[in-house]
Design a protein around this ligand. Structure first.
Ligand SMILES: NC(=O)c1ccc[n+]([C@@H]2O[C@H](COP(=O)([O-])OP(=O)(O)OC[C@H]3O[C@@H](n4cnc5c(N)ncnc54)[C@H](OP(=O)(O)O)[C@@H]3O)[C@@H](O)[C@H]2O)c1
Length: 420
């Protein structure tokens, strides 16, 4: 029986789940020869009532150094969140020779290269399965199962908050602000939902996934990111006319040795797997040479799904079965001008010649129109109508939007999204 002594820094939603799982599964752990002892737990407020039972003999502290500098402690679990203090906790733990398991996507995406170097230099193990897509084992899959396969694309619905919001607007025809309010009440959205609804959360996850899948790190600032705030209810009506729905998707694809990595709402056909994923659930599709298509779906957040990923990393470390954090190291070009079919919605003042004019602008930018969609007009001064295009570069679509917006009939800046 191996006895492993750990410390947990931060013990709220995820940390409490980790404590409960480790306490409840002691017998199973013993079956695989492990005795995991939680020596210390660090929290901010020692007087706060806890929703987990503090294990017998576990010390509660508010000083992370009690854990980081404890020579008995083999592995530190960082589930305190934030970047600044968490960085110190994680870096100091590694420098003190401890393995680290973290759920902190914000920290990893910001300091990925430094962490990678530090882990190698200090010969420790580093697990971060919980940091991307909560309970879905996307990290281990890419680190181990698909390591010798050539991954060509990773795409998915990897933010539960926006998927919850878009699913509700789609089925209940309610407006964005009221869904965001109810998402906050139900705990699906943070008090400040900006990172989710503007796509920044997906962008952080995509940076980590891309480094893992392709070996190339793309700084967040290079990942084109469009949030969901410009979507209007009519877009869902048009999506239905096109036998489709709208999903917020992050994608990273290798085309001719160049990475195309972006975050955007996308029009998804009702026949595609992604259209069937509702609420806070996540789904990721990995395309690769050997396995062709691998789909992973499940809970992308929440106490037990996320804590499960944390303990999975812990077991990998203790069973000497963990991978190096980012096994691949490659350099690819980066292509911001990706090619796709697009959905473009205009809001216009009804007048003769608009379609002719938009046709001419499309012609100017070599955009081939696939269809024109028009709901019955209820207000002549506010007419949303849609074109879908054949494959074209996003640069052309942006030029189309700029030109049309300058026309006197345009009432709002046009909205575009790729067709997945
Ligand atoms: N919740 C999820 O579903 C989920 C999913 C995936 C990833 N994550 C990631 O998991 C991490 C933790 O999230 P969470 O939801 O568990 O957060 P949380 O419920 O807010 O818990 C944070 C914990 O850290 C402690 N803490 C904060 N600052 C501290 C400091 N300076 N010193 C010591 N302790 C400190 C807090 O102490 P007090 O309890 O005393 O306030 C609390 O126990 C974050 O990085 C998050 O992004 C969460």
């Amino acid at each position: 029986m191996k006895t492993k002594i750990i410390g947990i820094i931060g013990c709220g939603v995820v940390g409490g789940g980790v404590v409960n799982i480790l306490q409840n599964q002691m017998k199973l752990l013993r079956n695989i020869g492990l005795n995991i002892v939680i020596k210390s737990i660090c929290v901010k407020n020692l007087n706060k009532k806890r929703d987990f039972a503090l294990p017998k003999n576990t010390k509660l502290t508010s000083d992370p150094d009690i854990i980081i500098k404890d020579k008995d402690i083999d592995t530190v679990i960082e589930v305190m969140g934030g970047v600044y203090e968490a960085k110190k906790v994680v870096f100091d733990s590694i420098l003190n020779g401890k393995n680290v398991v973290t759920a902190n996507k914000a920290l990893i995406s910001k300091h990925l290269l430094e962490i990678n170097t530090l882990v190698t230099e200090n010969d420790v193990q580093f697990g971060y399965e919980a940091a991307v897509c909560g309970g879905i084992p996307i990290i281990h899959t890419l680190q181990k199962d698909l390591l010798l396969d050539n991954v060509t694309e990773v795409s998915g619905i990897i933010n539960g908050t926006t998927n919850y919001i878009l699913s509700r607007i789609s089925t209940e025809n309610i407006d964005l602000d009221s869904v965001i309010d109810s998402a906050k009440t139900l705990g699906y959205a943070e008090a400040d939902p900006t990172a989710d609804i503007e796509g920044y959360d997906i962008r952080s996850k995509l940076g980590i996934i891309s480094k893992l899948a392709f070996g190339h790190y793309i700084p967040e600032s290079m990942i084109e990111t469009q949030g969901i705030t410009n979507i209007i209810r009519d877009d869902f009506l048009y999506a239905k006319m096109l036998n489709s729905t709208i999903k917020m998707i992050g994608t990273s694809k290798l085309v001719n040795n160049r990475l195309q990595t972006y975050v955007s709402p996308m029009l998804v056909s009702n026949n595609h797997n992604f259209s069937q994923v509702h609420g806070a659930t996540n789904i990721v599709e990995i395309k690769s040479d050997n396995l062709e298509s691998t789909l992973l779906t499940g809970e992308g957040a929440g106490r037990y799904p996320t804590a499960n990923s944390v303990v999975s990393d812990l077991i990998s470390i203790f069973m000497n079965n963990s991978s190096v954090p980012f096994p691949k190291n490659e350099t690819f070009g980066f292509e911001q001008d990706y090619e796709k079919c697009f959905y473009v919605r205009f809001i216009v003042k009804d007048q003769i010649g608009i379609i002719k004019n938009i046709g001419e602008v499309c012609n100017k930018y070599n955009i081939s129109i696939d269809s024109i969609q028009q709901l019955p007009i209820s207000d002549n001064n506010y007419v949303p109508f849609v074109i879908t295009t054949n494959e074209t570069n996003i640069k052309n679509i942006k030029s189309l939007c700029v030109d049309v917006n300058m026309c006197d009939y345009s009432q709002e800046y046009p909205f575009y999204m790729p067709i997945y």
